[in-house]
Design a protein around this ligand. Structure first.
Ligand code: ACO
Length: 439
């Protein structure tokens, strides 16, 4: 290629020189926060090459207007609004609306959204029977995912209910019913009667009442607990293309229903490297406490690749400085426990562990800091949520994000089914051998 031609190619595009002598000019996409991506969508058809990026650490799967995240600077914004502002001032339902519809609701819009949530809070009575079919040992995340998938049996293609194709109605159905499903699965696990939702209560107070009220006694949710839950749900509400959200988008890309896509997202969230870490953090801290509280021993284990042990609640694919959600939660931990008059020795242990880890070369070099899951379980525990329900709480919080991302994908006429490629490294062509001739 001549020098002139090469100069012409550079402009705003990227130029890729391949070892076989081919050159290709690739468009560069610039985001509203000046992030850059090289658009390789024509690479294979024009050169026969694909890119390889296991775990997708360098791959942009979509262009989105929902959440901005800068892991180097510790920035997280929903629809442009910093998480620190939302966490201090907003209600979870407002944030859900913001994420799904792209703007903060005015009073009228918020009232209508809340009415819609109240309208959809009940489950079909037949669904209550499903809960008795699960084994007593079933993890609440397995139950939640199955129950969300089964909603498509009531609001899916075969049903004749109003608005089966109305994404707004299905979004309200899901945001409201997931709370009822989560509380009912807890009630089932402890053998208490289901408590039905009550319209006069806020989203969080309503959930807490369904979780903790019993028919024999009056129940008034503690405002401190309501606020703590509101905060945690907001902090979890969206996080751009994480594992569970990418799963929701992948499933949705085949035009699966909202319920099916989110049921899959719930299962992706359950994994201990993702949302399931919040349960694992408390279990780890309890284990360390029972073992005499020797933090250094566990830090050393986490550094030893042969131990199979990782510091749960530490590290993040994107945050390489600090996780702004963890900072907010850590501050809230002290306040909430203080207001509730609780002293949890596990919080002391967690703080000591953070202090030791963040000044240890292994963690510093790899930029490993506490993530959102490190302190959240301590608050959940203080407000009475059992450890096996922690990830369910995460799912409740993440739901608006999943719905917003599902909607964004469905509203994009250019979206295509998600279908990555691979480089095959297996056996090259061989003949079939009849069984009697096999060695
Ligand atoms: N403890 C010890 N070492 C760790 C940890 C940890 N928690 N996390 C990462 N490392 C090490 C890895 O062993 C690796 O070391 P190496 O370079 O010597 O091989 C290096 O740090 C990079 O780690 P990766 O696994 O390549 O990082 P990745 O971005 O793929 O994974 C993840 C991120 C999954 C969050 C990881 O840090 C982890 O397993 N953390 C613990 C689980 C956890 O807290 N998950 C919740 C994440 S937040 C969320 O999903 C809501």
């Amino acid at each position: 290629m001549s020098e002139n031609a090469a100069r012409k190619l550079v402009s705003n595009n990227a130029v890729l020189y391949l070892p076989d002598g081919q050159t290709i000019e690739l468009p560069v996409i610039t985001g509203s926060e000046n992030e850059k991506a090289i658009d390789i969508s024509k690479l294979r058809s024009q050169t026969g090459h694909i890119t390889m990026d296991p775990g997708y650490g360098n791959t942009g799967s979509c262009q989105s207007k929902i959440t901005f995240l800068n892991g180097e600077k510790g920035i997280l914004r929903y629809r442009g609004i910093p998480i620190e502002q939302l966490a201090g001032k907003a209600r979870f339902t407002e944030v859900a609306y913001l994420i799904i519809y792209g703007k903060l609701p005015n009073q009228q819009e918020l009232d209508a959204f809340r009415d819609s949530l109240n309208h959809h809070a009940l489950l079909h009575e037949d669904m209550k029977h499903f809960f008795s079919s699960f084994s007593g040992q079933a993890h609440p995340m397995a139950i939640l995912s199955a129950m969300v998938a089964s909603l498509s049996g009531y609001y899916g293609e075969a049903s004749e209910v109003e608005g089966i194709d109305d994404p707004d109605m299905n979004a309200a159905r899901l945001i409201s019913k997931i709370r009822t499903l989560a509380a009912f699965s807890y009630k089932k696990s402890i053998g208490q009667p289901f408590i039905y939702p009550k319209d006069s209560l806020s989203y969080c107070a309503n959930f807490l009442r369904m979780m903790f009220a019993v028919p024999a006694r009056d129940y008034e949710p503690d405002p401190v607990v309501v606020e703590a839950l509101n905060l945690l749900l907001i902090l979890h509400a969206d996080h751009e293309q994480n594992c569970s959200t990418a799963t929701v988008r992948t499933v949705a890309s085949s035009h699966a229903s909202l319920f099916a896509s989110i049921s899959a997202g719930i299962l992706a969230l359950w994994g201990p490297l993702h949302g399931g870490a919040n349960q694992k953090v408390i279990e780890m801290l309890e284990r360390i406490r029972a073992d005499g509280g020797d933090i250094t021993k566990y830090i050393e284990m986490a550094k030893d690749k042969n131990s199979g042990f990782r510091l749960m609640g530490f590290g993040h694919r994107v945050y390489k400085n600090f996780d702004p959600r963890a900072t907010v939660i850590k501050n809230a931990c002290d306040k909430v426990l203080d207001k509730l008059g609780i002293h949890d020795p596990v919080l002391d242990l967690a703080k000591q562990m953070e202090e030791v880890a963040v000044s240890d070369d292994y963690f510093v070099e790899r930029k490993l800091y506490p993530n959102v899951d490190f302190y959240s379980g301590i608050i959940y525990r203080a407000i009475g949520i059992p450890a096996n329900m922690f990830t369910v709480m995460f799912a409740l919080g993440r739901l608006p994000g999943w719905i917003g991302q599902w909607k964004e994908l469905m509203d994009d006429p250019t979206h295509r089914i998600t279908r990555p490629r691979q480089i095959y490294q297996g056996q090259t062509a061989v003949d079939y051998v009849p069984i009697e001739k096999r060695t």
